[in-house]
Design a protein around this ligand. Sequence first.
Ligand code: IVH
Length: 684
Amino acid sequence: MYIRRVSTQVKIQELTIELKQHNYNYYVLTNSTISDREFDVKLKELEKLEQAFPQYADPNSPTQQVGGDITKNFNTVPHSTRMLSLGNTYNKEELLDFDARVAKLNGGNAYQYTAELKFDGFAIALRYVDGKLDQAITRGDGTHGDDVTTNVKTIRSVPHKLKGNYPPMLEVRGEIFMHKAAFTKLNEGRAKNGEDLYKNPRNTAAGTIKMQDSAEVAKRPLDGFLYQLSEHGKEELDHWDSLKRMKEYGLPVDDATRLCDSIEDVWTFIEYWDTERKNLSFEIDGVVIKVNGQLQQQEMGFTSKFPRWAMSYKFETERAESRLISISYQVGRTGAVTPVANLEPMQLLGTTVKRASLHNADFIADLDIRLGDRVFVEKGGEIIPKIVEVDTSNREANSIPTQFTPACPECETPLERPEGDAVFRCPNTQSCPPQVKGRIEHFIGRKAMDVSSLGEGKIDVLYQSGFVKRAADLYALDAEQLLGLSKSIANEDTGDERLVSFKEKTVENIISGVEASKNISFERVLFGLGIRFVGETVAKKLAFHFKNIDAVIAADFETLNAVSEIGGVIAKSVIDYFNIPENREEIDRLKVAGLQFQVVEKELASNALDGAKIVVSGVFGRFSRNELKKLIEDNGGKNVSSISKSTDFIVAGDSMGPAKKEKAEKLGVRMITEDEFARMLRFD
Ligand code: IVH
């Protein structure tokens, strides 16, 4: 008995610590490492144990709290009323149980439900004072949240001013999210620049709203829907009517919401959206049902965490079965070797899946995945499918454990795994083809030298033909050499061959793009070198601190480490990079070619737009088009004439053509008004 008690106490403590950590990962780091379902299972287990042994329960147990996303960098402000979460159901039976509880609590009186989509983003409270957006607050720990007003003001669908007959004080709550297309576009840009990819739209949206730089937030289109009228003078409205009212004020409210007379109607709604969700432009992870009657809601009240009058129904993450045919290994620009599972093709959420990432050697060992194994693949919040389970029961008796490839699949150099690192790397940094090509691709990327006429395919041809082995070779190219060059390149995923050829116009663009890159600022050149851990922000820090490349090269570990936000890992990586003779030689050649290796103090009004590509379109009232264009240049942005995938946003005036609008929406490019633009530059 005694032993059992002790182990229960330990179990409660362990679960409490674990769940607190998951909450921290989810809300603060916005990078969850556990599925919602697994989290709920553990939370329920803890709840049960705490009920049986209340003496061991932590007063701040995750069962008593609603996560928490308060971070250090924003002002923390109190919520007007607690911002609660919802109870979850996962099947029809649990949903019917909820309906039975509602019926009982209502003592046999009739009731209706609203059925709403459950948007997969993060919760926000908006306060309007005299119709003007005054404060936007994250959920935080439910009682206090972060004041992220400036960032929320960059979201186009959130009105800064209400319409109609609004009360002097209004608080609404809802969810902010990122559309799937915008997320994919953001990740494509990151992939091109060799940056780590974001995991899913929800994490990205939550991470974006916590960025310190609102101009950066404005470049990442967020959207949102409001679903709760939280403070609205003395008037008591049923939920359905409150949604209508919010719409009248000009607030974004989702049109998919339905008023349902019975739980069966709710079920029809759930079944419809469970299949239809794949056609939505944003992600939903379930359906939220709420008792419609305001008085009924009041009578039913709340538990310590949830309203008793609302419930969420979570969709199953779609799972499919397949078989592991082979494992291939991909080598990235930094030499990291990523194992990829080649699977028998299967259908998952409307797309054909044939590959899944196996992440690293530890992941393979944990799953004990072997060739020929039956595997289960899920596409939850993540865009990249994930192997979640391996069926070891049906495996052949002679199957052998997977050995991570000992040598680089590209250059056969034995791989290394540095102490404490989860990743195997190919140490042949100077001549392993994907590393060399990857560095050149990174160098010409949009955020570095921005030679858009060159891409992966052309770099591949130039590399294979021997013209470009290092970035500096780009500056020695001449048109004659390139004309007529062509090669067919196979697409890794589809196996389709595509001809990459260098026609006159292409060659002209390459030569002029390379020439133009000589004007690219030092911090972007430094970023373009592809030094490990030196991303855009770190490159800027180093450039503006040291002012020129010679000072960066001369800096020792202590000097580098003393620069704000430059830690030991970055400092070591910078030193390692410049210790390689080939890298020093490369920089000398780039200097001779005429690239910028020192900071030119430009007379900019601000750097608020920091390289953003902006289209000005339509007719304006406050500024002339030329004034807008000058403002863009003066604040570090770039004027571009036509809308493309790489456009960051559009300053849209009246009578902007419908075709342009449609194109912008299709490509997920944000449109902002001239007033929003002025606010971005801190004019208002
Ligand atoms: S109502 C007291 N409605 O899901 C009622 N929440 O898992 C609070 N969510 O905290 C929420 N869509 O962040 C509500 N249509 C919707 C929702 C929704 C998404 C989020 C919200 C909530 C979480 C609960």
